[in-house]
Design a protein around this ligand. Structure first.
Ligand SMILES: [Fe+2]
Ligand SMILES: [Fe+2]
Length: 333
């Protein structure tokens, strides 16, 4: 008797999303803790255990190379109260996703991950009252904040075995290819290629995160902002790779379907960016469901064809519908 062929994950992934995302959650939580620890140590001038950072990076990188969509989907989760730590891990994962899509080796990616985790270490030297200030900053406060890449370089110099590239990623992640960034006003040709990846990842996570002084933007608006900065703020090739990897409707997007239903993108389809899995929250009559109904738009398309299958018609701001997408993404897959 012939054995039935085992189903393979789509898009050349090595593991299925539903399996990898379980592992990725644990890896992510552990990484946030490691960042919290080293930021605390850095704030007090204590030494930082580079081996732990390296191990966290290796573990995150492994997950990205098995199934990039898993960790990428978790970057939609923002921890408001522990922003800097979650942000560091999110930027690390987003940068790793760009690196993966740029076909760097897993060894190189593990170095990139170290830079991603450490990129904002200089913020440990800045008081929270300034970092989280709800109102407008004074010139002095702005100057202090804009020094964090330099503070970061200083801290990295005190650590043993930090790869050179991590210094560049830390020092250059707020530079812009047009030379209008900070702290040195470097141009695209002067920036390290991996710092250019971190710069895009950093702005995307900052835009999509809520802060005391601003709400978070929905992914499709943030992607628009990134696209508008293509070739001026950001390296154009990096922007293209980023948007291609993240897809048109990243996990956490709030979307409207052609039958009037609305819901949250829960899982992307690497074979078809237009047809992710959506957790439907509102019926076509606008009635809110007690729990989301998961619809696989790709499967429906395959079974019913384009004429009758449900499809996404637009993305919207979930706040217009009193939806906090994180409530739906927090639920263990
Ligand atoms: Fe930064
Ligand atoms: Fe940052």
């Amino acid at each position: 008797m012939k054995e039935k062929a085992k189903p393979k994950p789509p898009g050349g992934r090595k593991t299925f999303f539903k399996d990898e995302v379980q592992v990725a959650r644990k890896i992510r939580d552990a990484s946030v803790k490691i960042v919290k620890d080293f930021m605390g140590n850095a704030a007090q001038g204590a030494s930082i255990d580079h081996e732990k950072v390296e191990l966290a990076s290796k573990t995150l990188t492994g997950s990205v190379f098995r199934n990039v969509d898993a960790l990428l989907s978790l970057t939609a989760l923002k921890d408001y109260s522990e922003h800097t730590f979650t942000h560091s891990v999110n930027v690390c994962c987003l940068t790793l996703a760009i690196a993966y899509a740029s076909r760097v080796s897993e060894e190189e990616a593990a170095v990139i991950g170290v830079g991603g985790l450490l990129h904002d270490i200089g913020k440990s030297k800045i008081p929270l009252s300034v970092l989280d200030k709800p109102g407008p900053l004074t010139d002095g406060e702005r100057k202090v904040i804009m020094s964090h890449p330099l503070f970061g370089e200083e801290i990295l110099k005190t650590m043993d075995n930090v790869p050179e590239e991590a210094h560049y990623m830390t020092g250059q992640h707020h530079e812009e290819v047009n030379g209008k960034g900070y702290p040195r006003g470097m141009t695209g040709s002067e920036m390290h290629p991996w710092a250019k990846m971190t710069a895009v990842a950093d702005v995307y996570d900052a835009l999509t995160s809520a802060r005391p002084y601003k709400p978070g933007l929905p992914p499709h608006i943030a992607l628009r902002v990134i696209f508008d900065g293509r070739g001026t703020d950001f390296d154009d090739a990096v922007v293209d790779t980023f948007i291609k990897q993240l897809g048109i409707y990243p996990v956490g997007s709030f979307v409207k379907l052609n039958n009037g239903e609305m819901g949250v993108v829960m899982e992307v389809n690497p074979d078809d960016a237009m047809r992710p899995k959506v957790g439907v929250i509102f019926s076509q009559f606008g009635k809110r469901r007690p729990s989301p109904m998961i619809v696989d738009l790709y499967r429906e398309f395959k079974e019913k064809g384009a004429e009758t299958a449900r499809a996404i018609v637009s993305a919207d701001d979930p706040r217009n519908h009193k939806v906090n997408v994180e409530d739906y993404l927090e639920v263990p897959g």
